[in-house]
Structures are given as structure tokens and as C-alpha cells.
Design a protein around this ligand. Structure first.
Ligand code: ASP
Ligand code: MG
Length: 415
């Protein structure tokens, strides 16, 4: 008998038919003899609706009340799922995050979990109940409800699984698992059977939306593997686990991309110490998030400085840069508000050479100009014109034969 934590996302509990379907899946797992804790998200669109209500009422909401409001969607789902289970003669009881002791810090709307008390859940499991818990919420030291940031139910599930030392943490969603790249853009994308925590963190931070980033951080910290699966189809999904346990060793795992980028480049800046800090200081003072940065010095004591910002902040950033360029004198500004970032992720890069050159050659063969490059130990990111993104992703995907990735054979879930 195993202890399994299952999490169902907003689209999985999006209407009553789907809630019945989820109940059937939970009952199936229970009948196999396992103890089950289920974490639920709000019904699809509900959290957005609550946020809109708050914003329509007032722009200056009290964070405490705001969290009380936006956490309420999960309470609806948990009760409905429990009722569906009970109606099918499967005893279940639902609990809010505070009721089961999900203790957080005081940062409303993006609280961090500090501790998960397990006594309530354990007591209920021992009595044979399926325990249904509202995701996305906890309680701070003052007894106030907090929420864990958008997508936070994933983190609730991982935190509970880690605290209970569960055998598996299953995250059910509306896709089959984690793909080599977005299958909506590249239909040749393949399901990744296993991926390391580190790669998944990069993919999540680069915009792959299947898992909340914090949930992956937490899973890796507590050595709690996560399986991402579809609620609507059978299959093994993707196991996110320790590097050593990833069976299929691959050079690269996936390609993440984001379209919402803009690039700004200053050239011939007179070289003076601290000028980089000055430029970035002004941009971040305006609360504009800077993503990639590159700088190179030219021989004549001048330097070029290039960075990217979210596209929606482009005109705001340009205003600041134009003012600054006037102050610095003789600086040329070049910019492109419609660029995209394409990132190749893989732990194989740490020990193999030639990954970057294969990537750049693939882009070059397509006639795609690379406007900027940054790298980390397991990632290479390039900036390209947005109109080249799809072709670029496809070319890199093919160059690393990600379209030929072996798909898993069916087997049982619990290893
Ligand atoms: N309902 C919350 C959201 O929409 C939390 C979650 O679904 O994980 O962000
Ligand atoms: Mg989610």
C-alpha cells in the first residue's frame, strides 16, 4: 500500500462532469489499496474572476482581504469533489489549507510555506477517508489566510507530499506531461518521460507553464519526485526526479521560448567605471525587469551594452534610455521591440562540448540572425526576431533529434 498525493488543476475540475471524472480516478487509485490525499485548484477561470471582482471594487485592496477572497475558489472545488466522492460511496472529507496546518510567512499573495503539520491529514487517512485539501492557501502566524502565488496549488501538493513522505506526488493537468517544446507551436514535440529537477526548473523559469517554479524548487529540496500526468488520457506522463535517476541520458531535454521580449542596445558608450550600474539602475528603479544582459568593450575605450526587457515595458524603458543617452553623449541606440527568446536546456551540456555550435549552426542554416546570446551551465538562450521563432525552434528541435525521442512503454505507476 502506498501513500499518494494527487493534485488536480483548474481545467481538471472545470465543471461538474469533470469533477465526477476526477472522483472516478481518485476512487480507482483508492481501490488499488492506496491512501490518497487530493489537492485541488479552483475551477477553471474562477481565480481570475475573483481577482477581477477585487480590482473592479477598488485598486487599493487590503492584502489580507484580497487573500481571503482569491483563496475561496479552492474551497468550492474541495467541497464539490468530496461531495462527488461521498455520493459514489467513497468516504472523503475536505479541508482548507489552514485547517490542515499549511503554515506560511506573512507575505500575502505570494506567501512561502514554512511548515506543513501532518497530524490532521494522518488522523483522517487512518480513519480511511480520502483527504481533499484546498490548494494555493495557507495560514500565517496571526491566523490569517495567505495565498501562494498563481499556480500555487502545485506547491501545496509537493509540500504535503514531502511532509507525509508520500510514495508519489502526481500532478494531473490538461496536457500529457512535459514536452520537448510547446506542441501547439511544433507538432513534432515529444513527451519527455523523465527530466531532472534542475532542467525542469530552467524550463519553468523560462515560461514552460506546466508546474509552478516554487513547486519544483521545493520538490528538489525535499527529494520528492513529481509525476506530471493528464487527467483526460492514460499514460505515464513525465517524471521529474533527481538527475541520477533519469534513465535515458540525453544531451539536451527541451526548448523553451518566450515571445514577449524586446531588446535595447546602446553602442559607443564612453567607458567609465559604473556606467553599467547607472543604466540598469535607472531601468530597475522604474520597476522594469531586465532579463538578459551583454556587454562588450571595443578598442577605442568605448563599449556596447545590450539588454532585454518584457515587451510591454519597452516604451517605458526606451524613454529612460533616451534620456540617459543624451546625458552620456554620442551614444547610438538600436532597438527591436519584437524579439523572442529561444532557450535550449539540458544537463548534458555540462559534460559535452559542441552543443552551442550545433544550435548556432542549425539557426544559421535557416538564415536566422542571432541578436544576443547568454548561457548558464545547463542552458543556452538566444534572442532572435520574433518572426523567425517558429522556424528557429523547429530547426534546433531537429538538430538535436528531439523529434525522435523515445516514448515510454506503458507500465505501472508506483515503482
Ligand atoms: N487557483 C490558483 C490560480 O489560478 C492556484 C492554482 O490553480 O494553482 O493561480
Ligand atoms: Mg497550474
Amino acid at each position: 500500500m502506498a501513500l499518494i498525493v494527487q493534485k488536480y488543476g483548474g481545467s481538471s475540475v472545470g465543471n461538474l462532469d469533470r469533477i465526477h471524472h476526477v472522483a472516478e480516478k481518485v476512487i480507482h487509485a483508492k481501490r488499488e489499496g492506496h491512501s490518497i490525499v487530493v489537492v485541488v485548484s479552483a475551477m477553471y477561470g474562477e481565480t481570475d474572476r475573483l481577482i477581477q471582482l477585487a480590482n473592479a471594487l477598488t485598486q487599493q485592496h487590503d492584502p489580507r482581504e484580497y487573500d481571503v477572497l482569491i483563496s475561496s475558489g479552492e474551497q468550492i472545488s474541495m467541497a464539490l469533489l468530496s461531495m462527488a466522492l461521498n455520493a459514489k460511496d467513497c468516504p472523503a472529507r475536505s479541508f482548507t489549507g489552514p485547517q490542515v496546518g499549511i503554515c506560511t510567512d506573512n507575505i500575502h499573495t505570494k506567501a512561502r510555506i514554512l511548515e506543513v503539520k501532518t497530524d490532521v491529514i494522518q488522523r483522517e487517512l487512518q480513519q480511511g477517508y480520502i483527504v481533499v485539501v484546498a490548494g494555493f492557501q495557507g495560514v500565517n502566524q496571526y491566523g490569517d489566510i495567505t495565498t501562494l502565488g498563481r499556480g500555487g496549488s502545485d506547491t501545496t501538493a509537493v509540500a504535503i507530499a514531502a511532509a507525509l513522505k508520500a510514495d508519489e506526488c502526481q500532478i494531473y493537468t490538461d496536457v500529457d506531461g512535459v514536452y520537448t517544446t510547446d506542441p501547439h507551436l511544433i507538432p513534432e514535440a515529444r513527451l519527455i518521460p523523465q527530466i531532472s529537477f534542475e532542467e525542469m526548473l530552467e524550463m519553468a523559469s523560462l515560461g514552460a507553464k506546466v508546474l509552478q517554479m516554487r513547486s519544483v524548487e521545493l520538490a528538489s529540496k525535499h527529494n520528492m519526485p513529481i509525476r506530471v500526468l493528464s487527467t483526460f488520457s492514460d499514460g505515464m506522463g513525465t517524471l521529474v526526479t533527481f538527475e541520477e535517476k533519469v534513465m535515458q541520458k540525453r544531451l539536451v531535454s527541451g526548448i523553451a521560448f518566450s515571445r514577449e521580449e524586446a531588446i535595447i542596445s546602446l553602442s559607443s558608450i564612453p567607458r567609465q567605471i559604473g556606467v553599467e550600474g547607472l543604466i540598469l539602475g535607472k531601468v530597475s528603479q522604474a520597476n522594469i525587469e531586465i532579463d538578459m544582459i551583454a556587454q562588450n568593450a571595443s578598442i577605442d575605450n568605448k563599449s556596447d551594452f545590450t539588454f532585454t526587457v518584457p515587451r510591454r515595458e519597452h516604451s517605458k524603458a526606451m524613454k529612460i534610455i533616451e534620456e540617459l543617452a543624451a546625458e552620456l553623449g554620442a551614444v547610438t541606440i538600436k532597438t527591436n521591440p519584437k524579439v523572442a527568446k529561444l532557450s535550449l536546456v539540458g544537463i548534458g551540456m555540462r559534460s559535452h562540448t559542441g552543443v552551442a555550435s550545433t544550435m548556432f549552426k542549425a539557426l544559421g542554416n535557416e538564415g536566422i540572425n542571432i541578436q544576443m546570446i547568454t548561457t548558464s551551465e545547463i542552458k543556452i538562450s538566444v534572442v532572435v526576431d520574433e518572426s523567425h521563432l517558429e522556424r528557429g525552434v523547429r530547426a534546433v528541435h531537429q538538430a538535436f533529434e528531439l523529434d525522435k525521442l523515445q516514448q515510454p512503454a506503458e507500465s505501472t505507476f508506483i515503482e
